[in-house]
Write a protein of this length. Structure first.
Length: 225
């Protein structure tokens, strides 16, 4: 438990700067490695690991009533899917080139500045590059390659990380709509691939990740030969 009874304007004042908001979260017992910070909202990535209880939220909102705490279970599911890839690919203290104007990627990557001490930049040379490819487009790319007779059309480029590679489009847009953000669209517009994807989704809703895993397995086998 935590005790904030001693907090007062006389003992310590907290501004609305990111540094002070994160400092206050730490003081009340919240692990900021498992939240995403924005100036207007705090998004909980993992409720258990963040320790952002309702009681801590009440304490936080008393100090920062203008900052909303988002407890979306859907966003937490997206973070869980994303971390399966990022945890394996991100190295501590690395610099990462971010895509511009991609809200969901911003939220997913922001905590890694504290988890691994990474630096997120928008230009220049970096250790890694964020590729915002989503699960649906990767699957459609694979189907398009097969239907066009050019093979799997699957490749994850060295030096790139894929925060959305395990996240389906409907999850992303459901969260973005709920949060009042601009929705995103499939980049792959191949009608045959899209139609086949929709057919499979009706038959086996969980097929997409299995398609990517199978393609990755085959690609590795081909590289060995």
């Amino acid at each position: 438990m935590f005790d904030v009874s001693g907090f007062s304007d006389e003992t310590e004042e907290f501004s609305t700067s990111k540094k002070d908001v994160l400092k206050f979260l730490k003081i009340i017992g919240v692990d900021s490695r498992f939240i995403s910070y924005t100036p207007n909202k705090i998004y909980i990535n993992n409720l258990r690991f963040s320790k952002f209880s309702r009681k801590r939220q009440a304490t936080f909102n008393k100090q920062y009533p203008e900052i909303e705490v988002v407890r979306s279970s859907l966003f937490q599911k997206i973070c869980s899917k994303s971390s399966k890839h990022l945890a394996l690919e991100i190295k501590p203290n690395s610099s990462i080139l971010m895509p511009k104007d991609n809200f969901i990627v911003e939220l997913l990557m922001e905590p890694y500045t504290r988890k691994y001490g990474v630096k997120l930049v928008y230009e220049g040379e970096t250790d890694l590059i964020v590729n915002p490819l989503i699960l649906d487009d990767q699957v459609n790319d694979i189907f398009e390659g097969i239907f066009n007779g050019v093979g799997l059309n699957f490749k994850m480029n060295p030096g790139e990380i894929y925060p959305l590679i395990n996240v389906p489009l409907d999850w992303i847009n459901s969260f973005l709509e709920m949060d009042g953000q601009k929705l995103i669209e499939n980049k792959n517009k191949n009608e045959l691939a899209i139609s086949f994807s929709k057919f499979l989704e009706d038959v086996a809703p969980q097929y997409k990740e299995n398609v990517v895993k199978a393609a990755e397995f085959i690609e590795k086998k081909l590289e060995i030969q």
